[in-house]
Design a protein around this ligand. Sequence first.
Ligand code: ADP
Ligand code: HMS
Length: 574
Amino acid sequence: MNSNQFVIGVDYGSDSVRSVIIDALNGRELASSVYEYARWKKGLYCNAAANQFRQHPLDYIEGLEITIKDCIQLAGGAEITPYIKGISVDTTGSSPVAVDKTGTPLALLPEFENNPNAMFVLWKDHTAVKEAEQINAHATRFDVNYLKYVGGIYSSEWFWAKLLHVLREDQQVRNACHSWVEHCDWIPFLLTGGDNAAEIKRSRCAAGHKALWAEEFGGLPPDGFFSSLDPLLLGFTERLFRDTYTSDIAAGTISKEWAHRLGLSENVVIGVGAFDAHMGAVGGQIEPYHLSKVMGTSTCDILVAPTKDIDGKLVKGICGQVNGSVIPGMVGLEAGQSAFGDTYAWFKNIISWPLNNLLDHSKVITPDVAEALKAELSEEIIPELSRKAALLPIDEANELAVDWFNGRRTPDANQLLKGAITGLSLGSDAPRVFRALVEATCFGAKSIVERFIQEGIPVKGIIGIGGVAKKSPFVMQTMADILGMPIRIHQFTHTCALGAAMFAGVVAGIHPTVEDAMTAMGKGFDENYEPNEANQKIYAKRYEQYKGLGEFIAFQIAQSKDQVSAANQNQVVS
Ligand SMILES: Nc1ncnc2c1ncn2[C@@H]1O[C@H](COP(=O)(O)OP(=O)(O)O)[C@@H](O)[C@H]1O
Ligand SMILES: O=C(CO)[C@@H](O)[C@@H](O)COP(=O)(O)O
């Protein structure tokens, strides 16, 4: 008897989606495939200057089909498909979309196909800053603190702020929007052939961390909470959901159409989805009180603690704490940084300006050579800057930066904050400034660890996963020195997708619990960064400088905001 039991994990990141086929009995990878979103890659529907980042549902559908089919092909084609038992999916979040009554994202309808407001509002879209501020002010008027499980501050990166913004912004979308759905809830709905928005199984992870769902409230906050903020939200809670599901539960079985499209059997079980970092934490074999850091474009930091330990404890200024958001029976706590690798990418773009803008007019090289040169150098810039920066002495008087280039996610969300670089001199060259930016992102990471500890949640170890963790020994060593803690890097490349595959192993009935799946399918760590004692001492002083600079920046921004609102009020009066 052939006892093969294979599962598929799908991980939707910010720029690309990857799928893996894994042997559920031992964690062996049979195949992996990555697809970069075609429309997103062209910059369509986005306006970085206005912080607008939208993704078309077709990018997600095409990526799903292409990567899964590619994996099947690589793993042996039709020979292996009978053994594929389950698929689970993780996505970024909060990345919601407006859907009609059938659960179809509006951008899939002809009249909305090019309307960014009818597309997924990616987590890093900050167009809803005003709405988030209003939610925060509004929440103080109620006896019940509906923000208590999301660290006390609602963010513009989240579900309700984005819904309100889109409803205000676009009357056509408002009229057609029946419900509002997270990316991680829509993909399982799509794969199971759902056609009724009311039946979408909502992820506990997404609902608890971003939509204010809590067991204590018996679901979402009452409709009156939202409609008294803006009548446009009237009736939404009834059309959304009351129940949520952890990802060890099945969303259903694959639809005939998708089984046919992917060449799979009609018995494949589809799991309830969750956010990337949460499934990634499972893929990275998280343990209680260890902080799993997905370090990529942004960071998403996940810690789990047994439910009985938390027992009413609330952690201020993080992104949320939700029972069962990572592992059923444990509270998952989420924090993170809105720009991590994105900070390095920003610097790379700045110094690539002549490459990107002048090379095309060159009289010396042909356009083909210019393109090839751009592509080659673009790949080399961050690795080479890292090599040079690693050789520089660490000193208290070095250039100093603050990492809030995309606002601050935690501690204490504030998306209005900005990045800064100080201590510049004529001797500040690219490696020195790059090093200051890397240090800043690591200081930002330290402030998160510090907040957990201050709030009574011990951090006993650090697990690194994600692109930067795998690609940059320089960033990881700096992180270990600044945190003063060792960092273990998980051996698996696509760790979030592996986590999704572990959940698929549970929903398909191969493993009884998530912990069992982790034990059977996890292969441990392949890199360990130990803190350097001498660097650690200097960095302890530099961290104080970083906090001082951060306070200064925050003060300046708050002051200029006050001046703007005073000026606006004066205009209204006169
Ligand atoms: N060698 C490197 N060192 C440090 N950062 C890097 C390096 N190569 C790429 N990056 C950064 O990694 C980020 C992408 O991370 P990745 O985990 O691959 O993607 P995602 O966040 O979309 O899942 C980019 O922001 C990029 O600037
Ligand atoms: O914020 C969350 C999850 O809550 C992430 O989806 C978000 O940081 C996106 O992660 P990536 O940096 O694209 O890996």
